[in-house]
Design a binder for this molecule. Sequence first.
Ligand SMILES: NC(=O)c1ccc[n+]([C@@H]2O[C@H](COP(=O)([O-])OP(=O)(O)OC[C@H]3O[C@@H](n4cnc5c(N)ncnc54)[C@H](OP(=O)(O)O)[C@@H]3O)[C@@H](O)[C@H]2O)c1
Length: 265
Amino acid sequence: MPHNPLVILGSGYTARFLWPLVADRSPKVFATSRAPEQHLSHVPPAQRLRFDLSQPDTWGDIPRDADLLWCFPAAPLDLVRQFAATPTDSPRRLVVLGSTSAYDLGDSQAYPPPWIDETTPIDLSKPRVQGEEYLRREHGAIVLRVAGIYGPGRNPLDWIGTGRVKASRKYVNLIHVEDLAAICLATLERGTPGEAYNVSDGTPHTWDDICETMKGPDARGSADRTEQGETGKRIAATKFLRDVGLQLAHADLYRSLRELESQKG
Ligand SMILES: NC(=O)c1ccc[n+]([C@@H]2O[C@H](COP(=O)([O-])OP(=O)(O)OC[C@H]3O[C@@H](n4cnc5c(N)ncnc54)[C@H](OP(=O)(O)O)[C@@H]3O)[C@@H](O)[C@H]2O)c1
């Protein structure tokens, strides 16, 4: 299938896993960074672009006929608007990585928390949500509301080990970075412009369950903790699988966590 050029805007963790999937794509793929020499050593020099949303003089190098995969928070709104208004040769496909933090649950203490699908209200006071919704409504962007990203170098068991998270009844939704990279490409090719899709592995877990399964029953939170505290969210990710479709390689969180553990030196 013939493609437009593709530009990956913002080449951090996810983009690094995307690059091997698209590097040979024709006609051409580019990756951007605010500091290409330091951050794009994995990208051939001819495919590196300097791009900083806060510096409009860096916007001109983005090819006018390119599709865009936007991999950093789409904020602030005024700059997002200005950038989106730069001339293009034809309507481009635009995929924006958002976050499930867009969903506003208010003060609800329901437990387990209700399932959240794409019709659940979002928090438009958040700058990145304003940018994402502007791009979706006015420019046909496809917004992926992404759960917690994990994978090599981002191991949720390390977050527990370092105290960043604790065993608790709180629900967490995760997506392996390799699946997210494949989802980004599938969305570019088959996603419906103007839609939002939740992205997770489809199975919310409590931190208690993750701790107990991976570290044994003693790692579970105390009884007190299981009756109060944050509830977290339960993200429903069926719309993506139904409308775009993809077989996830890492649907089984525990198997993937064991793989990450076994890869540690
Ligand atoms: N991490 C998570 O668990 C999680 C969960 C849900 C959603 N998300 C969202 O998913 C997306 C991808 O996540 P990620 O962890 O792969 O991101 P990441 O590692 O932070 O990579 C994004 C890259 O974009 C570039 N960038 C940042 N601000 C920019 C700006 N103003 N203008 C131009 N480039 C800019 C930075 O690279 P340079 O410094 O090289 O320019 C940064 O490394 C992000 O939008 C993130 O917020 C993340």
